[in-house]
Design a protein around this ligand. Structure first.
Ligand code: SOE
Length: 383
């Protein structure tokens, strides 16, 4: 009989919807060692969470995460809430012996991430971070090429992550713009992704130097905060996180890194681009063209040398066999499906998934060093 993993998901908005879709699709397309059962979804607003449960097909709903976490019929807690809830939910879930999937950034600060990691390790549960871009076929292919030595020694890692959804100064003060809820701004939200991809593709950070800016210091208070789409309310409140960050890094293997992330790049909606340059060649990736990987090899004949566009849809490419015939492209949400497949498989096979809380805490360590660097205007070593 196929093993079942009962899931309890906290959060039902953008990430809650993306994760719900992944629990639906994973068992349809992948033969994992177990199947996820959509037991319960949780949110504070009863009407909203009830509708979400019906729409996405969850068997039940809760309005208290404490209740969800203590339910005996739940094996895995999925944390898709704003960042300020991550620590409390993860610690309680681990203490109840539940496995955990946690959205990024892992928590508000490094101390919280350490507590989460320690509790999860002491409880012996499996833990995973939602760094979903690690699970795009083109990114996994890039990593495989780097690991195989196709780029040789790595000299440069370059990444940008641009959005523009708060460029209007009258865009309301949603939770992502408040330090006590989000921890950091563009840096924690999008910077965390490119830091994780740098660790995945190149290796550990050695030191960082960062500068940040909050271009719009005050914004209209939302009457009702509903994720990214708040309605305008009374008065203006202070924006307490960064709008943009630019940073440099040195990696332990000698490579240099250059990063930029902003929510003020007019015209860029979800523009995440990565480039790696090595002694034998380069690779380049753009999230808005996520089925493609650009590869340049210095070993190609000079007369035909140039960046090649690999359409990463062959059955030999990572994850693709489970989907469609070659050329039948996949989208942003597929990485979330891969994430669920890998997580469920790891739980069923009793192995620790990656990236896990160790990676989440390491990312947080870099984020914390970047914040310190921006405040003190100097290079900070990563311990
Ligand atoms: C909003 O900036 C956001 O949804 C991030 O929170 C996600 O992690 C990213 O994948 C897309 O943009």
């Amino acid at each position: 009989m196929v093993k079942k993993i009962n899931v309890g998901l906290v959060g039902y908005k953008f990430m809650g919807k993306a994760h719900s879709n992944a629990y639906i699709k994973a068992p349809v397309f992948f033969k994992s060692a177990a199947v996820p059962v959509m037991k319960a979804i949780c949110g504070r607003d009863e009407k909203g969470v009830r509708e979400a449960a019906e729409t996405y097909g969850w068997q039940s709903y809760e309005t208290s995460w404490q209740k969800l976490v203590s339910r005996k019929d739940i094996d895995l807690i999925d944390i898709s809430t704003p960042t300020n809830f991550h620590r409390d939910i993860a610690v309680a879930a681990a203490q109840e012996g539940k496995h955990i999937l946690c959205e990024k950034p892992m928590a508000l600060n490094l101390n919280e991430t350490k507590e989460m990691l320690k509790t999860a390790e002491n409880s012996g549960v499996k833990h995973m971070m939602g760094f979903n871009y690690r699970r795009l076929p083109a990114i996994v292919l890039a990593r495989n090429l780097i690991k195989e030595g196709r780029l040789g020694k790595i000299y440069h890692f370059r990444a940008v992550y641009f959005q523009d959804w708060i460029i209007d100064p009258d865009f309301p003060l949603v939770w992502r713009l408040k330090k006590e809820i989000a921890g950091l701004g563009a840096l924690g939200d999008m910077g965390a992704h490119i830091i994780d991809l740098a660790r995945f593709l190149v290796g550990e950070f050695d030191s960082v130097m960062c500068t940040t800016e909050t271009f719009i210091k005050e914004r209209p208070e939302p009457a009702a905060v509903t994720g990214l789409t708040a309605k305008k309310g009374e008065g203006r409140g202070e924006v307490t996180v960064d709008d943009a960050a630019i940073f440099m890094a040195r990696f332990r293997n000698g490579a240099l890194g250059a990063f930029e992330t902003t929510r003020f790049a007019a015209g860029h909606k979800n523009y995440e681009c990565i480039e790696v340059n090595g002694e034998k060649g380069s690779i380049s990736f753009n999230l808005e063209r996520l089925n493609e990987l650009q590869v340049f090899s210095r070993e190609d004949e000079e007369c035909t040398q140039g960046f090649k566009t690999i359409l990463v849809t062959e059955s030999s490419h990572p994850y693709i066999k489970a989907w469609w015939p070659p050329g039948h492209i996949i989208g942003w949400e597929h990485a979330m499906v891969h994430q669920v497949h890998d997580l469920i498989d790891s739980i069923a096979r009793d192995t620790m998934p990656t990236p896990n809380f160790v990676d989440g805490a390491k990312c947080q360590e870099v984020l914390e060093a970047l914040s310190k660097s921006a405040q003190q205007n100097r290079w900070i070593n990563i311990p």
